[in-house]
Design a protein around this ligand. Structure first.
Ligand SMILES: O=C(O)CCC(=O)C(=O)O
Ligand SMILES: [Fe+2]
Length: 360
């Protein structure tokens, strides 16, 4: 089934009408029971769109919503702390530690990003003395982070399992078998704070366009700002935060593991209300480091290598990033030409060079 081009709603933003794209909703309680209709629906959505709301408002999911509210309070305390305290360990590895504002390319040409972020890896929180800044490391904090990670793991694993079932995968070919809980991976909880910014004058703005490295991303935010570009769509549009729901994105690893039949969701973040602070929590469920995939260039790579290369492309300066193969930032997803990006027209990605960019 194709993606509908109908956009039922628009909002006035940055001097023009911008679409608000519809998103289907998958019910978590039904997925937990692997109800065939819901499983089929999840598979169809992943193959055609690559994003959906997951309804967590039932008894099985709402404790996770409560965990996220507690995580939000912890984030406020963390982001209000002095920079030396937030940066106590720096960025220990790409999926663990603190990244200050302007560490990456921003959403507009010539800008840096407009968010700071603290990441707590799933593997790390289970160590005796995890690298977590002291400001959020008392026993209550650790429990909150642990609950947020464990709850997000249950939700994303249930979805992954439903997708395996829906595709008729059995035994070792099921997706869960490359996402085992006790095997090393870059799976992580990323907590982000976007600063207020005005696209007309500020130079630290939003979050650049990309697809996620992950297999599945579970995203929580109360504020507007997330924009997606549905497969084949000519422009970015907003997605509405929906009460009782999180957003699920298909990322590159699942796209690759599905033989490139699932859609990786192209998205970015822009300041919706220029005066507003925005907070988001993303759980990136990633494949075991040693999982092998064929990437969009036909290379046989490990999940760990794809992660490191793409992270390097995200954080390198804008000029070098343009030299990265276009398939790196967008996971092999294609965009229609002459796109209108919704903030200003940004040059189409440079043609892919013959060689992939260096591995960090
Ligand atoms: O902040 C958001 O809503 C999205 C963040 C995001 O896309 C990411 O961290 O990969
Ligand atoms: Fe993302």
């Amino acid at each position: 089934m194709g993606v509908s081009n109908e956009v039922p709603e628009t909002v006035q933003w940055n001097g023009k009408q911008v679409p608000v794209y519809p998103m289907e909703t998958v019910n978590f309680s039904k997925i937990l029971c692997q109800e065939p209709e819901e499983v089929e629906k999840a598979v169809r959505i992943c193959q055609t769109e690559g994003y959906f709301y997951i309804d967590l408002s039932g008894i099985d999911g709402r404790r996770l919503l409560e965990d996220q509210e507690k995580t939000l309070q912890l984030m406020h305390r963390f982001f209000e702390a002095p920079i030396e305290e937030k940066n106590q360990y720096g960025l220990v590895s790409p999926h663990l530690g603190y990244e200050p504002i302007a560490s990456r390319t921003g959403v507009l040409e010539g800008t840096k990003d407009g968010y700071e972020m603290i990441k707590v890896a799933r593997d790390e929180i289970q160590r005796d003395s995890p690298h977590i800044p002291d400001v959020i490391k008392n026993s209550g904090d650790i429990k909150i982070l642990e609950n947020a990670i464990a709850g997000s793991n249950v939700v994303t694993k249930a979805i992954l399992s439903a997708l395996s079932t829906g595709l008729g995968l059995t035994g070792a070919s099921r997706f869960e078998c490359s996402h085992r809980n006790d095997k090393p991976s870059t799976t992580t909880l990323a907590m982000m704070h976007y600063i207020p910014s005005d696209p007309a004058k500020d130079k630290k703005i939003g979050h650049q366009k990309h697809t996620d490295i992950s297999s599945l991303t579970l995203l929580f935010s109360h504020e507007w700002g997330m924009q997606i570009r549905p497969p084949g769509a000519r422009e970015f549009g907003f997605v509405k935060p929906k009460q009782g729901c999180a957003i699920v994105n298909v990322g590159d690893s699942l796209r690759f593991a599905s033989g490139h039949t699932m859609q990786s969701c192209i998205h970015r973040v822009v300041p919706y209300d220029y005066a507003q602070h925005r907070y988001s929590i993303a759980y990136f469920l990633r494949a075991e480091d040693t999982t092998m995939f064929t990437d969009p260039a036909g290379r046989y790579v490990t999940a760990g290598q794809w992660h490191d290369e793409k992270f390097f492309a995200f954080t390198t300066d804008a000029e070098l990033q343009k030299q990265a193969p276009a398939h790196m930032i967008l996971g092999g997803m294609h965009e229609p030409e002459a796109e209108e990006e919704g903030v200003e027209v940004i040059a189409a990605p440079a043609p892919a060079p013959a060689q992939p960019i260096a591995v960090v």
